[in-house]
Design a binder for this molecule. Structure first.
Ligand code: SF4
Length: 220
């Protein structure tokens, strides 16, 4: 099979996003995003865990520690108790408390809104920062590549196989392919598609509306 040109790959990527826009329209963030503080902590807790599991523990977490100041004064052990149903709960509790402490000490209790400042917070990487910037502040600097976005990008061959385990590189590949106006909605629309159609274990290729533009159809 001839190698696909960049122009053809870009056209497929745009077509994929256009179809998702038609299917879903705007998809809201699945996590508690009542405030930037709640969102940054919720996303931090969501690594290697489903959003549904995170949403089960955050009501009690934010009832007990409703502000960065309150969480900054908590002990990681008591936070760990509340979130113990999540994977890696001990390190997540430590990061959450340390992130709250930095929000209070360095940013006057307000979650910062630049990529450089957000990624200084313990436990906050580019994925989390992209989500917080986008959802809480309406700032689009990149694309949050989580497990769903990464899997779909690679099934669609929009990022080389060698980047499959490197979401930061996958993000750069997607940023090069997609015009900036598409970046805002990729994360939430692709997550929904990943849950409903192109799941990790049982992709529904036979009924997938993307089958004609997907090189992995029937191969996963
Ligand atoms: S055809 Fe299959 S692998 Fe491709 S996007 Fe659809 S469900 Fe995923």
């Amino acid at each position: 099979m001839p190698r696909e040109t960049n122009a053809a790959k870009r056209a497929r990527a745009i077509e994929f996003c256009d179809r998702l826009e038609e299917m879903y329209g705007r998809v809201e963030c699945f996590l508690d995003h009542e405030s930037p503080y709640r969102l940054v902590i919720s996303v931090l807790l969501s690594a290697q865990t489903t959003d549904a599991q995170v949403n089960k523990v955050t009501p009690e977490l934010f009832r007990r520690w409703p502000s960065p100041e309150a969480l900054a004064a908590a002990s990681p052990e008591e936070v760990a108790e509340v979130i113990r149903s999540l994977g890696f709960y001990k390190s997540k509790a430590r990061h959450a408390v340390e992130a709250a402490q930095m929000i209070v000490s360095d940013y006057g209790g307000e979650v910062p809104h630049t990529m450089a400042e957000l990624t200084r917070l313990p436990g906050v990487g580019r994925k989390t920062a992209n989500i917080v910037l986008n959802v809480s502040f309406g700032i689009v600097e990149g694309i949050a590549v989580d497990t769903h976005v990464n899997r779909i990008a690679h099934r669609l061959a929009l990022s080389p196989k060698t980047h499959e385990k490197e979401p930061l590189k996958t993000e750069q590949d997607l940023l090069k392919l997609l015009p900036r106006e598409y970046w805002r909605d990729v994360n939430h629309q692709w997550i929904r598609f990943g849950r409903e159609v192109c799941s990790a274990k049982a992709p529904r290729c036979a009924e997938c509306p993307m089958a004609d533009i997907c090189p992995s159809v029937g191969k996963c």
